[in-house]
Design a protein around this ligand. Sequence first.
Ligand SMILES: C[S@@+](CC[C@H](N)C(=O)[O-])C[C@H]1O[C@@H](n2cnc3c(N)ncnc32)[C@H](O)[C@@H]1O
Length: 274
Amino acid sequence: MIDPVLYANHNSLQTRDARYVVDHYFHRLKWRSRENILDVGTGDGQVLFEIALPRVPSDFQKLVAVDIDEDMLSHARSRCKNYSNVELLQLDIATKNLPGRLRANFDHVLSFYCLQLVKEQRKAFENLFELLKPGGEILLTVISNHLVFDVYEKLSTLKRWQPFMANFGDVGPYNRSVDAVQEVEGTLQDVGFVEYKCELINAHHINDFDEFWLWASAVNPFIKKISKEEMGQYKEDYMNEVRKHRRVTIKMKNGKEDTIRVDYQFLVVFATKP
Ligand SMILES: C[S@@+](CC[C@H](N)C(=O)[O-])C[C@H]1O[C@@H](n2cnc3c(N)ncnc32)[C@H](O)[C@@H]1O
């Protein structure tokens, strides 16, 4: 699970990419009047309440924001005090028991940088389908590949971190995909979506070293298991794997590591329920 305060303070990549998606893709959606909207994996709520919500039609009837993590939702709750038509709910998007009252209830389902943390992709897409009203649409932003997933895997091979990182494969479902677009589009088709499209976006982020570690810590779902005493060693081993990674470029200044650039790709997924 992710620390909501750390996440809220070190999410510049996520907020930048969310702005990109809102700017470039929201106009492609067929917005209706009196919409019911669902946001999946709301996290601390910044992306939803500060970036996405100001750009959805203001006459929306209801907004439901869900997250698997109650700590994240408590943080998000403090951002939605001004809205009477917003509900925050704890929900695993890959649940086998989707609450009946949520089924076929939404005109749009949005999700920013959540689905790459979900192991059961097929179940998650089935649930997204179930949640929509006929004619409803999904718009998802999903990390396709990023060095963090490779680093988790590398750390899982070190005896010291193996017990904490053994589940590295639960995240980054498309990190090793030969063709993530085809894979996602195949799932969309199998689940019953129509007019689907998945686009792969090349991106990069540049941070100074300290900020990179804070960002990486904030998105690391395994880090809470590492004790304070072991954190220094964990950071050293983590950053050593980062330095070796093929998608990393490090710039030096005065003989010291100054900035780090990471190239990665994300998916933007649209689909309609017939
Ligand atoms: C990287 S954060 C993204 C938060 C926010 N959407 C943003 O763009 O900043 C991912 C969020 O997805 C949530 N999450 C992870 N797995 C989930 C699942 N199976 N169902 C619902 N939420 C999940 C996490 O708890 C976390 O809050």
